[in-house]
Design a binder for this molecule. Structure first.
Ligand SMILES: Nc1ncnc2c1ncn2[C@@H]1O[C@H](COP(=O)(O)OP(=O)(O)O)[C@@H](O)[C@H]1O
Ligand SMILES: [Mg+2]
Length: 326
């Protein structure tokens, strides 16, 4: 196993990078893929948003510039299958310290290489600037997802991101790919939102995910409850959109991951199965099919949370007057 490593990047702040990093990594884990989220922003919103407790010397900073080993800094989250390397404000100081270090652009890449065989997906949540930390993040990743808020200045933002990626490819000889630009905080009832989405799709035709992430109160609220969206409001429009995105990222030919992970667990080495056949309902020996009990998703949703969800639904999350609330 060698993880597909994806940086979540846009030089603009407040476009939905951290929201995407937390929730996309959460759904990848829920879909059966062992996933690691590296919080690489000195504002450490993803660490806080996922309610991760850590000691004072157990963050990504200490792995890069201290003497901490990966197992000292990787933390489990409440979501089975999702680990995180937390960040803290120390990371801001790293920028100055790194200047003294040789091969300073590659510190995060070395860290990723050391844990890469333990995961299928590694996401790196980057901060909003372009500095040595960002360069480390991009050099550690094979691909980038670019969250783009549907607002007037976002076209400029994408152009800037594409320029940065060109620099990484040309000057640092790192062939980073664009997994896709992701339209976030999309409000289909707002004309401007629709027009900007259309314009972005027109200008960057092969780079934009079909799925849009809607503006969703639940997505904004979940971090204050220190939960990813699937533990807070799994039926909200934002949750469904991130789940869909995770499925798209993982690939259409992947069979129901609960089947595949169950199958792999039960029959680790024995039979290589054909993913496509399984997704078409073939490929399982009959005995296995009879025994196959789908495990419940390994998360607990306490009843009060469900109430919150219903409230959202009743308010008509997609019908609401969000601009007034944001
Ligand atoms: N789809 C969405 N709907 C509503 N609010 C959102 C959505 N995505 C992000 N937000 C909110 O917008 C703010 C900025 O998002 P964030 O993910 O922190 O952006 P970034 O990491 O790019 O700075 C946060 O308060 C977040 O909760
Ligand atoms: Mg952020």
């Amino acid at each position: 196993m060698s993880a597909r490593t994806i940086a979540i990047f846009n030089q603009k702040g407040g476009v939905g990078k951290t929201t995407t990093a937390m929730n996309l990594s959460g759904y990848c884990a829920m879909l059966g893929k062992p996933t690691l989220l590296i919080d690489f922003d000195s504002q450490f919103n993803a660490t806080v948003g996922l309610g991760v407790r850590h000691g004072r010397d157990e963050t990504i900073y200490h792995a890069l510039l201290g003497d901490k080993q990966p197992h000292d800094v990787v933390r489990r989250t409440y979501l089975a299958g999702l680990d995180i390397v937390p960040a803290s404000s120390d990371l801001a100081g790293a920028l100055i310290e790194m200047v003294e270090v040789s091969e300073r652009e590659y510190l995060l890449r070395d860290f990723v290489e050391s844990v890469r065989d333990q995961y299928e997906y590694i996401f790196i949540d980057l901060g909003p600037s372009l500095n040595l930390l960002t360069i480390n993040g991009l050099l550690a990743a094979d691909e980038v997802i670019i969250p783009v808020q549907c607002e007037y200045y976002s076209l400029e933002g994408i152009a800037q991101v594409l320029e940065t990626l060109d620099l990484i490819r040309e000057n640092l000889k790192h062939p980073i790919k664009i997994a896709g630009a992701l339209l976030t905080m999309y409000d289909k009832r707002e004309k401007l939102s629709r027009e900007i989405a259309r314009e972005i799709r027109r200008r960057f035709p092969y780079h934009v995910y079909d799925i849009e992430i809607p503006r969703s109160v639940a997505l904004a609220e979940a971090p204050s409850f220190q939960k990813p969206i699937m533990l807070y409001a799994p039926q909200s429009s934002g949750a469904l959109a991130y789940e869909e995105l995770a499925k798209e990222l993982i690939g259409e030919t992947t069979p129901d991951p609960r089947i595949s992970s169950f199958y792999k667990r039960a029959y680790p080495e024995e039979l290589e199965f054909d993913a496509k056949k399984v997704s078409e309902g073939e490929g399982f020996p009959t005995e296995v099919e009879e025994d196959l009990v789908f495990p419940e998703p390994e998360i607990e949703i306490p009843p009060p949370m469900m109430l919150v969800i219903h409230e959202h639904e009743e308010e008509g999350e997609t019908e609401n007057t969000f601009p007034a609330r944001f």
